[in-house]
Design a protein around this ligand. Structure first.
Ligand SMILES: NC(=O)c1ccc[n+]([C@@H]2O[C@H](COP(=O)([O-])OP(=O)(O)OC[C@H]3O[C@@H](n4cnc5c(N)ncnc54)[C@H](O)[C@@H]3O)[C@@H](O)[C@H]2O)c1
Length: 319
């Protein structure tokens, strides 16, 4: 089968590419502007495989591409990252919507497309949760609430909500994924697990302040997420539906996560909880996984994934 993965040089897209290449009959095309990934060793290794091709392009400039025989299109490219989004809300909203429209136009020219699979986000639930308007853990079939305050962080979730609507109105067969805190080696440096690892390893002081310490999350190992994404995408039953992609485990507070990382690193530093709220971050986030788990065939292993990830970052930060 022939796959197109936008944002395929990124964390989730590249892992998906590697998984698809395990089947020698598959061909994978990646479209990525490489804005975040100009020097990615893992990408260069994957590109050694003749069954994968990188098209280094911004999604807004793909109208000249003359390939019409993709079976599946995965849309992972997006402007993201909390700080980046807060600093650039206009660009986030505009680019994410325009690039999705550009990809939908390209997808409509495809002759045998089975599905377009769109990565939305868990953030779409943020305001509905804050206003206590939805069940918790959050199921997929709820109404969205958008804040009146034009907080810059909203630009990202709004661009994803519009993306979901575009998928629904496009006339294409689609699947929507709402990923919740996916983690693994090479996830980038802006997420909580790499940042806590760096703090514990590199801060010269013996006391480390942990921000948003009481906030709670479930963290989903990338291997579990990829398995779910592939099974759901390939199933006939998933057509035109939306799925949470996350961990089915219990929540963990950020301070408890930091303690686990400290233990893996064998550190003696003291962790101090701080309640200073940073980046208007949601206090809790946990997906209802009932719908997605019907497709699952492997067990989620948070502890194993966390150890592998922390050790990967340890090697990176101390080399
Ligand atoms: N990682 C998570 O936990 C998580 C959570 C919620 C949602 N998501 C969504 O999943 C998707 C993948 O996330 P990720 O963590 O792999 O992100 P990532 O930043 O690692 O990868 C995104 C890739 O998209 C590329 N890109 C961005 N804009 C582009 C454009 N206009 N044209 C071409 N390429 C472009 C970047 O160069 C990058 O390689 C994103 O859409 C994100 O919003 C991820």
């Amino acid at each position: 089968m022939k796959y197109l993965i936008t944002g395929g040089a990124g964390f989730i897209g590249l892992k998906l590419t590697k998984e698809l290449l395990k089947n020698y009959r598959n061909k994978v095309y990646i479209i990525d502007s490489l804005i975040n990934n100009s020097e990615n060793k893992k990408l260069s290794n994957v590109l050694k495989n003749k069954k994968v091709k990188l098209i280094k392009k911004d999604l807004n400039h793909i109208s000249s591409l003359k390939i019409y025989d993709f079976d599946y299109i995965f849309h992972f490219a997006a402007v993201l990252g909390v700080k980046n989004v807060i600093d650039n809300p206009y660009t986030t909203l505009k680019e994410n919507i325009l690039s999705t429209i550009s990809l939908i136009n390209f997808s409509k020219k495809q002759k045998k497309l089975k599905k377009i699979c769109f990565a939305s986000t868990s953030e779409v639930y943020a305001y509905s949760l804050k206003s206590k308007l939805v069940k918790y853990p959050t199921p997929e079939n709820i109404d969205f609430l958008i804040s009146k305050d034009f907080n810059p962080r909203t630009s990202y979730l709004l661009s994803k909500v519009v993306g979901e609507y575009l998928m629904n109105y496009s006339g294409l067969n689609f699947v929507i994924f709402r990923p919740h805190n996916i983690f693994g080696p090479q996830m980038g440096f802006r997420h909580v697990i790499p940042q806590l690892t760096k703090k514990i390893l590199q801060y010269s002081k013996n006391k480390i302040i942990i921000q948003n310490a009481k906030h709670k999350r479930t963290f989903c190992d990338i291997n579990f997420a990829i398995d779910l994404i592939l099974r759901i995408s390939h199933s006939k039953n998933s057509r035109n539906s939306t799925f949470n992609i996350g961990s089915p485990d219990n929540e963990i507070s950020i301070i408890d996560l930091a303690q686990k990382i400290k233990k893996i690193l064998n550190s003696k530093k003291k962790l101090i909880s701080s309640n200073i709220k940073k980046f208007n971050s949601p206090e809790k986030r946990k997906p209802d996984m009932k719908r997605s788990l019907r497709y699952s065939k492997i067990k989620h292993n948070f502890e194993k994934g966390l150890k592998e990830t922390v050790m990967w970052y340890k090697e990176y930060y101390t080399k």
